[in-house]
Design a protein around this ligand. Structure first.
Ligand code: NAD
Length: 389
């Protein structure tokens, strides 16, 4: 027999049927839209069979390259451009909140479910389930603890279940890095980080790659212990990281300002903005309404997703009647070359990336494929034979 039969005889296939297989086995990343369509056809299953999927622990995710920021930047750029071009499916997040207060995320935390499909060379469906527990760092646990499930978009079979904490933090850093590449003023050399938590690590990793003139990193966090630990861990091999006592002073003369905090109220005001400054609001209560109003250009990853969360900057601005969707540009449109982004060195630009399931599914897919290549992870049987078909 030809290829299909060989596939049947080759043993359990990841997320695919073993018996009754009637397509050839092609990697989903066969190349471009045509390759993707061909790969999707190849995943059609004619019969029932044993199914296995890959399970990746956090250590497996790291072993499969989950911390490789350069690769992550490329994958996230593709995902955002695909989103801009309509080759994604991104339903609204669903969230469990423990109260209806606007600052409930910062005080009580929440759990979010973020389903997405990403086309192009990625061609994968999936979901990130991510609890956020503000008290966790004091328990020695991360605030955000994600898991990702990837599913074959054609058959619906699970292909991978993995730690999503690394994936989530890495894609968040990559989004900021891409925004800085496109939108930081030429020669930007001073970067200020607000918050010395988990996201600050990947923010720095994403941003430093895109700020070729970076000469000084400033850090403000109200926790001296967090600040000291961050500086000690992250300093080697980098321009000086200065721990700042005063958040206002930390921003003065800075070219790129990034907030990834658990602050329950806005603190970056219009008075802080300086000509040419790029402000990235990774967390929610960072810029005040007057700062949003004063910015020359407003950018987000997805306006509907951003404004779904009442505490996000553009949601607060929309509720106050300061902005509509027409006033806001997407990062995907800039990456795709459909919007010029920064048009003058002195423009003040505010980016509010809420974080999208397509970003998680995209980077998780790349990590999963690398894990398959390297033979990393454990195989888990879904069924030997499904009891019902
Ligand atoms: N937009 C996205 O895509 C995205 C993705 C992941 C996380 N986030 C958000 O990023 C934020 C940080 O997440 P994390 O995982 O780093 O949390 P974390 O708990 O690890 O770190 C948060 C840090 O913020 C510090 N902080 C609190 N108030 C502050 C203030 N006023 N100024 C400066 N620092 C302050 C805390 O001391 C802590 O060190 C959260 O709000 C989270 O929801 C956004």
């Amino acid at each position: 027999m030809d290829g299909p039969q060989r596939a049947c005889e080759s043993g359990p296939l990841m997320g695919r049927a073993r018996r009754g297989w009637c397509g050839t086995v092609l990697p989903l990343a066969a190349g471009g839209a045509a390759g993707h369509a061909e790969a999707r056809r190849a995943h059609i299953v004619c019969g029932v069979a044993s199914v296995e999927f890959l399970v990746l622990s956090q250590e497996d995710v790291v072993a499969a390259g989950g911390l490789e920021m350069d690769a992550c930047l490329a994958v996230i750029e593709e995902a955002l451009v695909l989103h801009h071009r309509g080759d994604t499916i991104l339903p609204q997040k669903s969230a469990l909140h423990w109260s209806n207060d606007i600052d409930t995320d910062e005080k009580l935390g929440r759990i979010m479910a973020m389903p997405a499909y990403v086309g192009g060379s990625l061609g994968m469906a999936g979901i990130k389930w991510i609890p956020s527990v503000p008290q966790n760092p004091s328990r020695g646990l991360p605030r955000g603890i994600g898991v990702v499930l990837l599913s074959d978009p054609e058959t619906g079979l699970p292909v991978c279940f993995m730690d999503g904490t690394v994936v989530s933090a890495m894609r968040t850093g990559a989004v900021s890095g891409l925004a800085a590449r496109e939108l930081a003023a030429p020669g930007s050399s001073v970067l200020t980080l607000y918050g010395a938590g988990v996201q600050a690590r990947t923010q720095l990793a994403g941003l430093e790659r895109m700020l070729p003139d970076l000469a000084e990193i400033r850090l403000y966090d109200p926790s001296p212990a967090q600040t000291a630990a961050f500086v000690e861990r992250e300093q080697p091999g980098r321009p000086p990281i200065r721990a700042m006592d005063d958040p206002r002073e930390a921003a003065r003369g800075s070219h790129v300002v990034v907030a990834a905090t658990m602050a329950p109220a806005p603190f970056v005001t219009a008075e802080w903005l300086e000509p040419g400054m790029l402000v990235l609001s990774v967390s929610s209560f960072d810029p005040s309404l007057d700062a949003i109003d004063a910015a020359d250009l407003l950018v987000t990853d997805d306006f509907a997703h951003e404004t779904y969360h009442p505490s996000r900057p553009l949601a607060r601005a929309e509720a106050a009647g300061l902005v509509t969707e027409a006033d806001v540009v997407t990062l995907g449109s800039i990456l795709a070359g459909d919007h010029p982004g920064r048009t003058a060195d002195e423009e003040t630009i505010l980016v509010s990336p809420v974080g999208l399931g397509i970003e998680d599914v995209a980077w998780a897919t790349a990590v999963y494929r690398q894990a398959e290549e390297l033979g990393v992870g454990a195989r888990q049987r879904l069924w030997e034979e499904p009891i019902w078909t």
